[in-house]
Design a binder for this molecule. Sequence first.
Ligand SMILES: CN1CCN(C(=O)c2nonc2N)CC1
Length: 250
Amino acid sequence: MAQALQVGVVSLFPDMFQAITEYGVTRRAVEQQLLQLHTWNPRDFTHDKHRTVDDRPYGGGPGMLMMVEPLRAAIAAAKEGVGDNPRVIYLSPQGKKLDQQGVQYLSQFSSLVLVAGRYEGIDERVIEADIDEEWSIGDFVLSGGELPAMVMIDALARQVPGVLGHQDSAAEDSFVAGLLDCPHYTRPETLDGKKVPSVLLSGNHDKIRQWRLQQALGRTWLRRPELLTDLALTDEQQRLLDEFKANYQL
Ligand SMILES: CN1CCN(C(=O)c2nonc2N)CC1
């Protein structure tokens, strides 16, 4: 039995996570119990009449922070609920930038607690005491940590054996780690006068593989050359890239 990914999420808006539990690959992962997702809402850990979950920042200034007590209670409950000594992650712009290498690294943890902040964030002492790692999905400011948490869960679920059917995993395999994807085409054969590249109609699977690899290498060189500096290309990949460069008309 493939090891399932256990995820506990701390969020004021747990219903948002239906966006991954109710659709597509991640829905199937939940149905197959390869992904188990449970939410803990700090509001359920309040004791005042108004169920207060925000609090004012010391030093004044705009905005609020997540109130400490209900947040810490929700984190503790999530850690207990997920069990197996989960890695606790806080999503924030101050975190390490998530990329596929980061996804591979995080795939080592079979149980996670993801803390989705709202307002201006959470008390620094909570980060120091309760959070193991801070991660960011990009250098921009969102309204909360729920979408970043869902991005991370989606990417991690795809790493769980059995989640991607053969068809998808084959597509993933054909994609060389660290390269941009090649162009894709489907019907009609001619669209607005533009024909599908003939190699894709040839039925010659190795020629098609080489064309797709060369396109991925060429695209990466043109659009994200910095990704190539960390890659050790095979002789075939280097030959294909050199050929792409030689043929490229600026
Ligand atoms: C308090 N809240 C502020 C907004 N936020 C983000 O912008 C974010 N999270 O992860 N990557 C990001 N970018 C989440 C946390």
